[in-house]
Write a protein that binds this ligand. Structure first.
Ligand SMILES: [Zn+2]
Ligand SMILES: [Zn+2]
Length: 206
């Protein structure tokens, strides 16, 4: 009788294992079929572009394509502050996205801004549609002589904006990278290069 019980238990665990293993394969296949293009705008730091590419591949398991560098589109230039309107840039990126990819992310060393409530021009680090096909990231406000820290900040801002593209809202968990930065570099430094489990579930990364 005990032997029969053991056999039933073993069969149950084997089936459970198979079910989990099959789900794991389906999940990875669906993510691998998603792709994103990185569009550099006056951005020529190849090492940083490859760093970003690897980070997006490792975190979202997207296929990442690097597009050739372009000038920042003049239509987005905001003369009074000599910077670029981020909302305009994400619209241009949406319109120029190759049909072969799901998403496109612009990256630029130039300062970018948006109109925020009663502030006509507010400098930001990144902006993305929620949900939507495009986002923009600027390294202008991430500046530090510490290259490692700069890369860390860049990765968090980029992963955050892609998070918006896949549909995530801002999160109230302090160390989740989907927390609103509100222009604060301190907030970005306080975050992990990871989402909290609630955001992961929402983004179907878990
Ligand atoms: Zn955000
Ligand atoms: Zn979160």
């Amino acid at each position: 009788m005990n032997q029969l019980k053991n056999a039933v238990f073993q069969l149950f665990f084997f089936c459970a294992f198979l079910f989990i293993a099959c789900n794991e394969i389906r999940y990875k296949d669906s993510l691998r079929s998603t792709s994103i293009a990185i569009q550099p705008y006056n951005f020529t730091d190849t090492a940083q572009l490859y760093f970003l590419k690897t980070n997006i591949e490792n975190y979202y398991h997207f296929k990442v394509i690097l597009l050739p560098n372009k000038e920042v589109p003049k239509e987005a230039w905001y003369a009074p502050r000599n910077r670029y309107k981020a909302d305009k840039l994400i619209r241009i990126l949406k319109d120029t996205k190759p049909d072969s990819v799901n998403y496109i992310m612009g990256i630029t060393p130039k300062d970018i801004s948006i109109k925020k409530e009663d502030i006509p021009d507010y400098g930001i680090m990144g902006l993305g549609f929620r949900p939507g096909p495009s986002c923009i990231v600027s390294t202008f406000r991430l500046k530090t002589p510490n290259k490692r820290l700069l890369n860390e900040r860049l990765a968090k801002v980029a992963l955050h904006e892609i998070g918006h593209n896949v549909g995530l809202p801002h999160c109230t968990t302090k160390d989740c990278f989907m927390h609103a930065a509100e222009g604060s570099i301190k907030q970005i430094d306080a975050e992990k290069r990871d989402m909290c489990s609630t955001c992961k579930k929402l983004a179907q990364l878990q």
